[in-house]
Design a protein around this ligand. Sequence first.
Ligand SMILES: Cc1cc2nc3c(=O)[nH]c(=O)nc-3n(C[C@H](O)[C@H](O)[C@H](O)COP(=O)(O)OP(=O)(O)OC[C@H]3O[C@@H](n4cnc5c(N)ncnc54)[C@H](O)[C@@H]3O)c2cc1C
Length: 400
Amino acid sequence: MTDIAIIGGGPAGVMCALTASENKSNNIYIFDKNIILKTILPTGGGRCNLAYAEYNFKELSKFYPRGEKFLYSIFSKFSTKDTLNFFEKIGVKTYTQKDNRIFPVSDSSKEVKDALIKEVDKNKNIKKVFENVIELKKEKDKFKIKTNKNLYTFDKVVISTGGKGNGQELAKKLGHNIVDLKPALCSLKTKENNYYSLAGVSVKNITATVFVNNKKQKQLSGDLLFTHFGISGPVVYKISSYFAYSNFDEKNPLKISFNLVNKNFEEFDDIFSKTLKNNAQKDIVNVLSDFIPKNLAYCILEKENIKKDIKAGQLTKKNRQKISKILTEFILNAQKTTLGEEIVTAGGVDLKEIDSKTMESKLIKNLFFCGEVVDIDGLTGGFNLQNCWSCGFVAGKALV
Ligand SMILES: Cc1cc2nc3c(=O)[nH]c(=O)nc-3n(C[C@H](O)[C@H](O)[C@H](O)COP(=O)(O)OP(=O)(O)OC[C@H]3O[C@@H](n4cnc5c(N)ncnc54)[C@H](O)[C@@H]3O)c2cc1C
């Protein structure tokens, strides 16, 4: 018999346990300080966006700001298709949304959790241990685990404690390098506070250009959402992910120029000018709200000291151009991320020290990793759970 400890019963640890349980001479213990798979409940807003419909592994890997090349080998072993087959097999039917995100037909993350737990409970060689692992040591060929309650000895150990557990510390004590942990996929606090009244207002499918030290770095697109303290929404999540290591702050903010109308200045100014002429008797704010949400139109007019109740035909050329400029280059300065609210943690156990064919440590024999604890993180869209299913499977197979 081989005694295996899986530290962390999130999606990655559970996938690893289920895969490793194929070998009935494996004695598997899933340690979790909480109930297992609790972390899956809030995913996808309670609907669990469990994968993304990209079936080419190289294309799929492009959605990971960290880990892209490492994932080639992982996804070639366990792809999106394998994820769907796996869930079908355990009784979770899935569907693909127009935007390629994949959800259970029930739109319920609880269904996903319950189906996985049912599989765990079916396997007599998997045991759940609700204890907090506080120490992990290797002595000769065995691993010693100390929890808040007991001491254990194991032949093999998998660390799958996620981004916020203590797995990185456990790995560090065993000699692993940990790439700095940073929040990613989160909202941003901005220097500009005159848009606070816009909390809840969203502008659909716009482009954002990000500058670092006034140098254009990247262009990203998606919906923008104003919040009480700054900005959020899909395009902001992408920015927070790609710029997770940019070290921006109050003194050195991240400059973001949003094109709220997806046209360049000349194109938009031309359209805007014609629209103003054709609607000369309309209130300016109503004409503007053909292009942007009305609340935002009010805010911009107020900020630019343009009377909200003037008619479109009364807008001077100078003010028209000012508005065209703002709508095509709406600049906000991000000062910090909203720590604690991030969807994923960037950084973690250094991929250079992990074998991508097995997820085994290159430094410590019989020590494995999977999930968010390693230096892999994806954008929103089901990529982070796909990382868990795929790495969990690869580590589990290496234990069979
Ligand atoms: C609000 C929210 C929504 C999300 N939505 C999506 C989505 O729709 N699609 C998507 O792809 N991704 C989503 N994610 C990201 C995704 O949930 C994570 O990437 C994923 O859960 C990571 O899985 P994991 O198994 O690596 O770690 P986790 O899910 O974090 O699980 C780790 C487990 O380890 C346990 N643990 C930690 N330390 C110890 C210890 N010392 N001893 C014992 N147990 C320990 C924890 O209790 C936990 O159960 C979302 C994240 C959040 C926060």
